[in-house]
Design a protein around this ligand. Structure first.
Ligand SMILES: CCCCCCCCCCCCCCCCCC(=O)SCCNC(=O)CCNC(=O)[C@H](O)C(C)(C)COP(=O)(O)OP(=O)(O)OC[C@H]1O[C@@H](n2cnc3c(N)ncnc32)[C@H](O)[C@@H]1OP(=O)(O)O
Length: 439
């Protein structure tokens, strides 16, 4: 079973050792020119040649078609790259530029985690453009999209909105058309940038019109540490395939899982009637169907990415905030996020579509609340719904939360899937009042 993607480390030892010569968490970014977070988006616009006004987007896309001739016919035709070729550092100057803070603030004076998800997404794409850069061309023929947020590990330190934040990252593995990106986030404590977050995303390269796959440059590891990172990337790919083939959508639950569901079912039978139809909730429990919270987003051009689709980071923020609200509603107190994993971007979200987000508590244990957010789109013309993403978030509440009980077979599968995601956390998390990451 995969381990949890985003978890609080009790000690910094949860962080991977940085690759020598690449990660520079203790460097003072004031001493050298470091890219600012808002410049990441400007750079992406330049690389893709995006229109600044929506009315020009068709023309900009027509121009991008001309870049098609720059695409490689095979991966071998592309020059290999090193990890350091894609390595970048980016500063989010929350401490030194207080006017920036508003965008990142929660009412509790902590940092909005949804905003960090947006920044990581933009940064991950820029890193991939560094890896695939064609030195002779200003614009890239590739459309690089987020396929998966594989995991995000968090350290213990709280995120203050009053201290500068630094991000760094590089490509750590490549396939034929996909790239794994590792990113780290640091926050200034005194004179030093200390690690606070460690993330792994998978990005996929598409052709200039984002219609078919496109090859990416091979990656050459240069040291034993880099070789280990590359090997890990290979293993991650294998684990993802294994996890997906054991999905409850493809395979029946295990014997142990079936027993869990049957025992839960028996405990909800009314002892007075002993009929399968009459169901009664055990004490301190809630029916899963009563834990739902839904929202609708009208996908305006303002939320577009550089390929005139809806920005993946925006989708993550919306899903995360709804999931957080569902957990808050269920647990009766402000929860904090403990784990995020397997955010899979199955289909792009078109501008103008209606995005239906549906969140549901699918598993609970003591103070933990496992929430699943499902997103689907429908256009106004075509009422057919299509799934675009499924998100899994683990939250922790200050107090013990009720048990959640499935009523139908479908809900029982959601319960088991939630339990699998929850159990994949390798480090038990203890409630820390000083650790606050809110929507
Ligand atoms: C106000 C002013 C405005 C100005 C306008 C500009 C505004 C700019 C705003 C700035 C924002 C910055 C934007 C930055 C961009 C962010 C990116 C996004 O938003 S993107 C938006 C959000 N994202 C999306 O919308 C993406 C939606 N999803 C898709 O389009 C497709 O599912 C897919 C393309 C990802 C895969 O399609 P599929 O048919 O399956 O493809 P294939 O079978 O051909 O395989 C190709 C490769 O992919 C691999 N692979 C596949 N899946 C996974 C996986 N889950 N896990 C891992 N790997 C996966 C597979 O193994 C293979 O690898 P390899 O062996 O070749 O190496």
């Amino acid at each position: 079973m995969r381990r949890a993607a985003l978890r609080l480390c009790t000690l910094n030892k949860g962080l991977r050792a940085p690759v020598r010569g690449l990660a520079q968490g203790s460097q003072d970014p004031k001493k050298k020119s470091v890219l600012r977070m808002h410049e990441v988006r400007d750079k992406l616009r330049e690389i893709v040649g995006v229109s600044t006004n929506w009315r020009d987007h068709v023309k900009a896309m027509e121009e991008r078609k001309l870049l098609q001739s720059l695409l490689a016919q095979s991966q071998e035709g592309l020059p290999p790259r090193r990890m350091k070729d894609s390595y970048i550092e980016v500063l989010l100057p929350l401490g030194s530029q207080p006017e920036l803070r508003e965008k990142y603030l929660t009412v509790q004076n902590t940092i909005r985690f949804g905003r960090i998800l947006e920044d990581l997404d933009s940064l991950g794409v820029l890193i991939c453009y560094m890896h695939t850069k064609i030195n002779s061309a200003k614009m890239s023929p590739l459309s690089i999209v987020t396929a998966l947020v594989d995991k995000i590990d968090m350290c213990k330190r709280s995120l203050s909105p009053e201290q500068d934040i630094k991000f760094s990252g590089h490509v750590s593995w490549v396939g034929k058309t996909s790239m794994e990106v590792k990113m780290q986030m640091f926050q200034l404590h005194g004179d030093e940038f200390c690690p606070v977050l460690d993330a792994t995303f998978v990005m996929v390269a598409r052709d200039s019109e984002n219609k078919g796959p496109a090859f990416v440059n091979p990656l050459i590891p240069e040291s034993p540490e880099e070789e280990e990172l590359f090997r890990q990337g290979e293993l991650n790919k294998g684990k993802r395939i294994a996890f997906s083939s054991a999905s409850l959508l493809k395979m029946a639950p295990s014997a142990e899982e079936r027993t869990t569901i049957h025992e839960m079912f028996l405990s909800t039978l009314d002892p007075k009637t002993i009929r399968f139809q009459s169901r009664v909730l055990p004490p301190n429990a809630v029916w899963m169907e009563d834990s739902k919270l839904k929202s609708l987003v009208v996908c305006h051009p303002q939320e577009r990415n550089i390929f005139n689709r809806i920005f993946g980071g925006f989708l993550m923020r919306k899903a995360y905030e709804l999931g957080w609200a569902a957990a808050c509603n269920f647990g009766g107190s402000r929860p904090f996020v403990v784990a995020v994993d397997d955010i899979m971007f199955q289909k792009p979200v078109e501008i103008g579509s209606l995005l239906f987000l549906s969140s549901q508590v699918c598993f609970t244990q003591s103070n933990y609340i496992q929430v699943r957010v499902h997103s689907e789109v429908a256009s106004l013309e075509n009422k057919e719904h299509m799934t675009t993403n499924v998100f899994h978030f683990t939250f922790m509440s200050e107090k013990e939360v009720p048990l959640v009980f499935p009523k139908t077979y479908g809900e029982s599968m959601l319960y088991l899937d939630g339990q699998r995601h929850f159990n994949s956390m390798s480090v038990p998390v203890t409630l820390r009042k000083n650790y606050l990451v809110e929507p």
